[in-house]
Design a protein around this ligand. Sequence first.
Ligand code: GLN
Length: 501
Amino acid sequence: MTQSPSTALHDLGVHDLAQALAARQVSAVELARHFLDRATASTHADLGAFVAINPEVTLAQARAADARIANGTAGVLEGVPIAHKDIFVTQDFPTTAGSRMLSGYRSPFDATVVAKLAAAGAVTLGKLNCDEFAMGSSNENTAVPAVGHSVVEPVRNPWDTARVPGGSSGGSAAAVAARLSPAATGTDTGGSIRQPAAFCGITGIKPTYGRASRYGMVAFASSLDQAGAMAHSAHDCALLLSALCGPDPDRDSTSLDVPAQDFCANLNDSIEGLRIGLPQEFFSDGVASDVRSAIDVALRELEKLGARLVPIRLPRTELSIPVYYIIAPAEASSNLSRFDGVKFGHRARDYADLADMYRKTRAEGFGDEVKRRIMIGTYVLSHGYYDAYYLQAQKIRRMIADDFQEAFKSCDVIAGPVAPTVAWKIGAHKDPLADYLADIFTLPASLAGLPGMSVPVGFGAGNMPVGMQLIGNYLQEARLLNVAHRLQQVTDFHLQNPQGV
Ligand code: GLN
């Protein structure tokens, strides 16, 4: 362990815990108990991060991990507790995707990402709150009561409980920030790992589209959905990502035929001479000055480490909002047609005939944001509008991807803000458009299928965390993690704790 002996167990990250477990300084059962107790303590439960906990299952997994440590068959994450965004299906815990539609649903199998982390030895602490079907930027769209809550409430940001944790992986970000879990899985369709990581002061990475299997991830927009890791540090993210990525040809036809990689191997590489591209469009008047100054300081640190800052252009940045909010709802309207009251979860109690059953089930089961997107998606795919909206959006999507390739001719990594502001107050965005507009800096990399991450770089208004985004070219996750790790060796924002947790 690198920390002093007085460091509390829950302040340790994945790397340190794995070492402590392997050295038998702590057992997996002790760790599981410690984190379960923390997650269910009333002040922590008030955050609303967890939607399912099952101590029996967790402790059984922990005992099995201890046995493997004892008999020398331990995996790299053996005994390390993690929690999963409730969008990954799990056999041993219910899966709701934040929706009433899936109440009572139990998957007969584990998502590939869940299975891969379990195969590496990780112990599942429970399932984490999220926006319904991952649609949202604040976690206010959840329709599921959290553990210890009798009614549905938004997840709270541990740095200021009057503020949102970001979304859609808000439960994951809040749990890691409050030290209720050393790490968590998340999914990112248009920013849902990077933005909540930024809002809660943790590190998060979304790999290249296709690097992690989508099998068992409840589908939102299939050409964009991607799983990733959320933890305290880039090092911890690298450990998780190494375990969860890899081809899955039999189960996800879009998974890339690229072998699993050890993302820890290049963490310490020098960044001397690295060209960091700063898109003019990401440093516009639309970025709050507190966010801007924290990022400027981090960029200067990177310069001191030998990186060179080069101005670049991503000229279609603004178009990523209308393009994403056509393509994502279009795919969602198709994906969500499977929730019809027959195959999964909720079914209306009283209905006249089959069509009435479908109608009532969907009216009762889906929340407002999901319905809004199904309607938009159905509209843009309908005859007469398909060419004008959907096809046009696909063409611009290609141009956005081409803009990145042009930019990567003059830089190795791109840096900028994750979001225009720090986390806003719960209830502040009355109009859904306000949420959509705040996605402006995360959507371009999603549309292009590029890897992106968020690294804590300081504090802004209200002492809320600020995240810096790093975007790499395809399959350059190791480079991003390397840059983030070098930065985290000279800064300590990722080690800071919200007050009172
Ligand atoms: N905020 C975006 C949306 O609402 C992104 C969500 C996500 O990445 N899952 O669609």
